[in-house]
Every structure is written in structure tokens, then in C-alpha cells.
Write a protein that binds this ligand. Structure first.
Ligand code: ZN
Length: 434
């Protein structure tokens, strides 16, 4: 056997492994894992990682241990004893290569009405080279790619010469506290593994085989407006908080437009069409068609640039909301609750040796250097970038309709990403005959 597998061998092996990837991802998707209730998916993955012979541990999410940390976000769900997973391939005795940690989130976003899905959201199916289901793209497919990369090397008779870690986390979609808890445990001897076990981090979020060069910051705000209820026959005596909410949202969209002006952009986002998005994702309010309503609550997601402090952004947006409410009617009562993401943006160092090795691995497999993406969403990469010295980026398969209906991941892209991850392990960690 050759000392290391060739890119051709890795590509062929990834193709041969596709049935394993489909079976594994299908079972993973069929284990529902909305944020706050990820247990079925955690159990499935823990079983798989144990079957693969990995050294597996649970890292409990305990907000009390991490609430003092700068990157903590106010939780949306009770901890409830939920746990992250950390599994490691340990290098064979006598070998000591460099190491990598793959990090991915278990949680998925709400499905929307099941009737809109071709099959149910948790009914995985394969059609025309795509595997469908909530979480197939974001991001169970990427987690399966990382595990498949190790599996693939084993089928070729190799073992990584360094530690290869697999970290599956909770609450990425609403706070990022799962990864924060993992990092804290790795840094404070609360876990068997240590942060110093790892030399590089790859997060296989589904951004089309790109390397992430930067990501925006994201804050969530819940804004409750209280007006004055009345019978609509005497509408003038009432104060309608739902109508006020519409005006406040229109005003926030003007602020969003300002932040997107070329002269106001962070340089990492100069070529992105519309980097900053303010999203009204939820609205709740009113009681009766014929009553001026009492209250209205808006669930907002505010995007912003790297370098902007989340607390400052929240204060600025909050002041804008209060000013608009006052202008509409001084009697409107405004309450703002910053629950969920308080996630600063960051710029990744793609010139770090590990990240260059990843780019080269992708090029060896695909014949093309990877494109770079300045991302208009947040990812857990910020925790590693802002709170550790570890080189990190996002690199994962192509998906479509993530957070939408009929979410799917491309199986061909999963093959390429799996082979490229295996190539990265070969080039960065080294391999030995198993
Ligand atoms: Zn994701």
C-alpha cells in the first residue's frame, strides 16, 4: 500500500461511500432536533460515533457556568440537562500528527406547515441527487461528511496520525451557547478532551464548498408594544400597537438601508449585494377582529458588521425603536427583551497554514481553488475565532432551501466535501496504515 492515498483514490472512495452517507444522513434527519429539543438527534449521533469506535463524551449545557462569558447569549430554552457531544479519533500509539476538530450543530429551525413539504420535513427522501428533509442541509449533511471522511480513510486502510474530533452542539440556531459550553469545558478541564488537543477547526455549514472569509454579527430582539384597547366603533379612543409595529418596522428598514450603503460597509462585505438584513421573523398580537388590540410582540433579527459591539447595536436599534414609538404616540409602551443571539461578527484568517491546507485539499479533489464567502449569516465559527487562537473557517456542502420548505443537500457535493476533508486529514494530520 502507498504511504498516503491519492486524490483519485479519495474521490473514488467517497463515491463508493455514498450509500453509507445516504443511510446515515437519512436516519439523522429522521431524528427531529428543533432547537431546545435535540435529544433524538443527539442519541442517534452518539450511537453512530460509538459504533465507529470513537472516544465519546457528553458535555452538558449549563448556562450558569457560561453566563459570565463575553459570547454568552440569553437562552431561549431551558438547559434541561441537554448535552453536546464530543467524540475523538485518537492517533495510534507512537504517532503524533497535527489535529483537527469538526464542529457542527444538531439543532434545526422550525419546519413551517408540514403540508407545504413534498414529503414531511422529517421524512428523508432522495431525488435527482438531492437528499431532502429539515436539517439535511443545515447542517446534518455536513456533520455526516466529516464522519464519512474518517470512515473513508478507514476503508482505504488508513488511520489519521493525529486527533480528529467531532463536536455536535445544541442551540446554534438561536444562541450559540452549545459551542460556547463545549469550548468552556475544553478550557477548564470539565471535559476529558482539552482545547490544546486541537490545532484547527472546520465547521461544515452548507455554504456551497466555499471557505468563509467573514460573517456578520446577529442580535435578536423581542419588542413588545402596548397600546390602548377599545371597541372599533370608537377606534379613535384606542391606540393600535399592531399598526404602530408596522410603522416601527418600516423605520428600521430605513436604518438597514443606511447600514448597507457602500460607505458604511465593513471592507470584508464590500462586494456582497445586501450584507445587512433586519428580519421581522415573528409577530404576535391582538385578540379580536373588532377590538383595537392591547399588545404586539415582534421577533427581530438584526444583522451588523464585524467590529460592531452587539450591546452597542442593540442599544442603537432600541433607541431608534423608542424614538419612533414616541413620535407615533407618546402613550405607546415599549419593552425590549434581548433574548437569543448576541453574536458578534468576525473576519476569518484564511492565510493561516491550516486554512491554506484546507483550500489546497479542496483544489486537489475538485481541480479548482475554493471560492471565498463573506457570509450574511452567523455561525459558531465566531466562538473559535474570537475566543481562541485556533484557525477556523466554515467549509461544507451545497444545500438549498435551508430554513425553507423542501430543504435539501446535494449528494455529489457531499462526496466532494467528504473527499476534500479526507485529503485535509491526509495533508494536515498525516495518516498511517491502520
Ligand atoms: Zn447552520
Amino acid at each position: 500500500m502507498a504511504a498516503t492515498p491519492t486524490p483519485d483514490q479519495l474521490r473514488d472512495a467517497a463515491q463508493a461511500l455514498t450509500p453509507w452517507m445516504i443511510d446515515t444522513l437519512s436516519a439523522f434527519v429522521a431524528a427531529p432536533s428543533p432547537s431546545g429539543a435535540e435529544q433524538p438527534a443527539a442519541d442517534f449521533l452518539e450511537g453512530l460515533m460509538q459504533d465507529m469506535g470513537l472516544d465519546c463524551e457528553r458535555i452538558v449545557l449549563d448556562s450558569r457556568q457560561i453566563e459570565g462569558l463575553a459570547l454568552f447569549s440569553c437562552p431561549c430554552d431551558p438547559d434541561g440537562g441537554r448535552h453536546n457531544l464530543l467524540a475523538r479519533h485518537l492517533p495510534p500509539a507512537g504517532t503524533k500528527g497535527r489535529s483537527v476538530l469538526f464542529n457542527g450543530h444538531l439543532d434545526v429551525v422550525p419546519t413551517g406547515p408540514e403540508s407545504l413539504w413534498t414529503a414531511g420535513p422529517y421524512v428523508p427522501r432522495v431525488e435527482d441527487g438531492w437528499l431532502y428533509g429539515r436539517g439535511a442541509g443545515d447542517m446534518k449533511g455536513g456533520i455526516v461528511c466529516a464522519l464519512a471522511a474518517l470512515q473513508l480513510l478507514r476503508t482505504l486502510g488508513f488511520a489519521p496520525a493525529g486527533t480528529v474530533g467531532f463536536n455536535a452542539v445544541l442551540d446554534e440556531e438561536n444562541t450559540g451557547n452549545g459551542t460556547l459550553a463545549t469550548l468552556h469545558a475544553l478550557q477548564t478541564a470539565r471535559a476529558k478532551a482539552k482545547l490544546t488537543d486541537f490545532d484547527a477547526v472546520i465547521i461544515p455549514e452548507p455554504f456551497g464548498e466555499t471557505l468563509m472569509s467573514a460573517q456578520v454579527g446577529v442580535s435578536w430582539l423581542f419588542v413588545t408594544l402596548t397600546g390602548r384597547p377599545a371597541h372599533v366603533a370608537y377606534m379613535g379612543q384606542g391606540l393600535n400597537p399592531i399598526e404602530a409595529a408596522m410603522a416601527i418596522m418600516a423605520d428600521l428598514k430605513e436604518l438597514e438601508a443606511e447600514w448597507n450603503l457602500p460607505e458604511n460597509r465593513h471592507p470584508a462585505f464590500s462586494d456582497v449585494a445586501h450584507p445587512v438584513n433586519f428580519n421581522l421573523g415573528r409577530i404576535e398580537g391582538g385578540e379580536w377582529n373588532s377590538s383595537v388590540p392591547c399588545t404586539c410582540t415582534l421577533g427581530l433579527r438584526i444583522g451588523y458588521y464585524p467590529g460592531m459591539d452587539p450591546a452597542d447595536v442593540e442599544a442603537q436599534v432600541g433607541a431608534r425603536i423608542r424614538a419612533k414609538a414616541r413620535a407615533l404616540n407618546p402613550a405607546l409602551v415599549v419593552e425590549i427583551d434581548a433574548r437569543g443571539h448576541r453574536s458578534p461578527g468576525c473576519v476569518y484568517d484564511l492565510e493561516a497554514p491550516a486554512m491554506r491546507t484546507l483550500a489546497t485539499a479542496h483544489a486537489k479533489i475538485t481541480g479548482q481553488p475554493p471560492a471565498r464567502l463573506a457570509c450574511t449569516a452567523t455561525t459558531d465559527g465566531r466562538h473559535f475565532r474570537l475566543a481562541t487562537d485556533l484557525p477556523v473557517t466554515n467549509y461544507g456542502p451545497t444545500a438549498r432551501n435551508i430554513h425553507g420548505i423542501d430543504e435539501a443537500v446535494s449528494l455529489e457535493s457531499m462526496q466532494r466535501v467528504t473527499a476534500a476533508m479526507a485529503q485535509f486529514i491526509v495533508d494536515w494530520c498525516g495518516v498511517v496504515a491502520a
